[in-house]
Write a protein that binds this ligand. Structure first.
Ligand code: ADP
Ligand code: MG
Length: 361
């Protein structure tokens, strides 16, 4: 009996031992698979002050396209350097930029420019025309008169506005494709590329990242979003749209891959004087901050430069004319928010799964 009991005890111990062994193996296996799935991707993120704003670059190493931490860091560095190089071509605020030099001499005789500056003028002038001058790169003198976004903004008198106004000035800019030269008809023209350059730089950084082997990443250039590929989970990226009435919160979200999402808003750069708010997007026909009733325009599409030009153009055009412009362009969709908080979407927005008022993950 005793012997039998002892044997029974032995079997129970053996059973418990084997059970615990299984359990241990199972837990170790579970941790390892969890670890593997986590280790199959990792990211490198850096935020720096660049382009007169805040730029964040996030690049991923994925299971299909593994890269080392050093490779991600080096590519991130290259992208920030490229952003600086391009800023020294396109900035109207830097006195020694290629654009500033062009502005000081293109009214005298045609000036040969870099390929980048020529390309950006070419794209920009196309959207000056398509927007019927709501987007107008020739209003640089008005923009520096108001100086919005600097620490010394200024409300000009109506006489000053009239003397700086140069309606449809973009028509006085000529490009010569053969000689890659740019000329201005007279010295009333001063070009400002602030409404499109960040978008164009976003496209160039994306090209550069892809050429260096990046297949998954997210660039944010002062709120202009450029997605590289799909998210590492093979899902779309979720991009939040800021609520212009309360810029710390999100009014909706979009699901996008391979696309850019660009927003222009009256909450981005503005100043208040004597209780009046003056924002940074000017109506080229009045010379004053645009009063179209729009508070924010978000454009989604393949070219960040085009999204950028369209976001500024639609802000000036207002909901009706802005939506007509978007509907005429096959690859671009829009979300507009007016000053009363109403949301307007273009007919193809469903492909980006626009959802109002949810939190993004
Ligand atoms: P952000 O720089 O905030 O992203 P936008 O893309 O909307 O803003 O562009 C606003 C900038 O574009 C202004 O700071 C100014 O440099 C320039 N700008 C303002 N009004 C116009 C306009 N009607 N057409 C073209 N450029 C404009
Ligand atoms: Mg813009």
């Amino acid at each position: 009996m005793n012997i039998f009991r002892q044997k029974q005890k032995k079997y129970i111990f053996l059973f418990i031992f084997i059970f615990l062994l299984f359990l241990a193996c199972f837990i170790i296996y579970g941790i390892q698979t969890g670890h593997n799935s986590k280790a199959s991707y990792f990211s490198h993120t850096e935020t720096r002050e660049a382009l007169g704003t805040v730029v964040t670059i996030t690049l991923f190493s994925t299971e299909e396209n593994p890269l080392t931490e050093k490779q991600l860091t080096d590519i991130t560095n290259d992208l920030f350097n490229e952003a600086d190089r391009l800023e020294h071509i396109f900035s109207a605020r830097l006195n020694d930029s290629e654009l500033s030099l062009l502005n000081s001499s293109a009214f005298i005789s045609p000036v040969q420019v870099s390929e980048e500056l020529f390309n950006l003028f070419d794209i920009a002038l196309n959207y000056c025309s398509l927007s019927e001058g709501a987007f107008d790169i020739s209003i640089g003198r008005l923009i520096s008169l108001w100086n919005i976004g600097s620490d010394q903004p200024y409300v000009p008198s109506s006489d000053e506005i009239s003397s700086y106004l140069n309606q449809e000035g973009w028509k006085k800019i000529s490009l010569d494709t053969e000689s890659k030269t740019i000329s201005y008809e007279d010295n009333s023209i001063s070009v400002d590329l602030g409404g499109i350059a960040k978008g164009y730089i976003g496209d160039r950084l994306k090209d550069m990242a892809e050429n260096k082997g990046i297949t998954c990443g997210l660039l944010s250039l002062g709120g202009n979003i450029v997605t590289i590929g799909e998210r590492y989970t093979k899902e779309d990226w979720t991009i939040g749209i800021t609520n212009p009435a309360s810029p710390d919160s999100i009014i909706g979200s979009l699901k996008v891959s391979h696309m850019s999402v660009v927003t222009s808003g009256d909450y981005e750069r503005y100043f208040v004087e004597n209780g009046v708010k003056y924002h940074h997007i000017l109506d080229p026909y009045t010379g004053y901050p645009s009063k179209s009733g729009i508070s924010a325009t978000t454009i989604i599409g393949p070219s960040s430069a085009v999204c950028d030009a369209l976001s500024t153009a639609c802000f000036v055009l207002g909901t009706d004319r802005g939506m007509l412009l978007i509907e005429s362009l096959e690859d671009y969709e829009a979300v507009f928010i007016d000053s009363s908080g109403s949301i307007y979407t273009s007919s193809g927005i469903s492909k980006y799964n626009f959802t109002a008022n949810i939190n993004t993950d």
